[in-house]
Design a protein around this ligand. Structure first.
Ligand SMILES: Nc1ncnc2c1ncn2[C@@H]1O[C@H](COP(=O)(O)OP(=O)(O)O)[C@@H](O)[C@H]1O
Ligand SMILES: [Mg+2]
Length: 227
């Protein structure tokens, strides 16, 4: 079966002035549809760089990235943006919600970015908010929500356009234990009930336990399932 996501010898070197920082030193990875993968490793080892490359937010110095068999490493920024909008849902440590929009409004905005103008699909928004136990928070703005609720709205926003892959960069990094647990349960439920493919960076071994597979990174390399 074609992997939903694959990298071949991925290298990323950041250049700032004359300073070069090698962040990824040859990462080869294969993820199948329905996988729930945790990426772990010390700060600075290249986790976020890898995630940003996987999602088409950055282009690699060398190597290949294939999403659903489609090579995104050597294409124009415009084309990469298009693939990202169609196939990827991002969840970040900072929830990045629009403060002046309600939960439902934040989802509608994501729909608009995806499909252009129009009303989107109110039933689908309601269903996703229901699955994430936010049905009574539809009309609340971010500041009226707890951290865990805000992150669940961000998760709803990431899945509203049915992305092939969700990429999450320390999604529980700003949450207390209880809210982390709720958010992780939601990730697990999306994975189990809907076969959602998820790749999640985390520092938390507890969080990684929700995942079927753990990838350990060190110094720009994948060093295997265990460190
Ligand atoms: N935009 C950037 N410009 C220059 N160096 C960067 C940039 N982003 C990350 N780096 C460097 O690349 C390395 C890997 O960073 P990162 O991927 O953020 O690691 P992690 O997410 O595992 O903490 C670090 O040495 C970091 O300082
Ligand atoms: Mg990081």
């Amino acid at each position: 079966m074609t992997p939903i996501l694959e990298t071949k010898n991925l290298v990323k070197v950041y250049k700032v002035g004359k300073v070069e920082t090698p962040a990824l030193r040859g990462v080869s990875l294969s993820v199948q549809k329905g996988d729930f993968v945790a990426i772990m490793g010390q700060s600075g080892c290249g986790k976020s760089t890898l995630l940003h490359l996987l999602g088409g937010l950055l282009s690699p110095t060398s190597g290949e990235i294939l999403i659903d068999g489609e090579d995104i490493s050597n294409i124009s920024d415009a084309k990469r943006t298009d693939i990202r909008r169609r196939k990827i849902g991002f969840v970040f440590q900072r929830f990045n919600l629009f403060p002046t929009l309600t939960a439902d409004g934040n989802l509608r905005l994501a729909e608009r970015i995806h499909i252009g103008n129009g009303k989107g699909n109110p039933e689908k928004r309601r269903e996703i908010l229901r699955v994430l136990k936010l049905e009574n928070k539809m009309n609340s703005k971010p500041l009226e929500l707890s951290g865990g609720e805000q992150q669940r709205v961000a998760l709803a926003r990431a899945v509203i356009n049915s992305p092939a892959i969700i990429l999450a960069d320390e999604p529980t990094g700003n949450l207390d234990t209880q809210n982390s647990e709720i958010v992780l349960d939601m990730f697990a439920e999306l994975n189990q009930r809907f076969g959602q493919t998820i790749i999640m960076i985390t520092h938390n071994p507890e969080a990684a336990r929700h995942c079927g597979r753990i990838i350990q990174m060190r110094d720009g390399h994948i060093v295997g399932p265990e460190d």
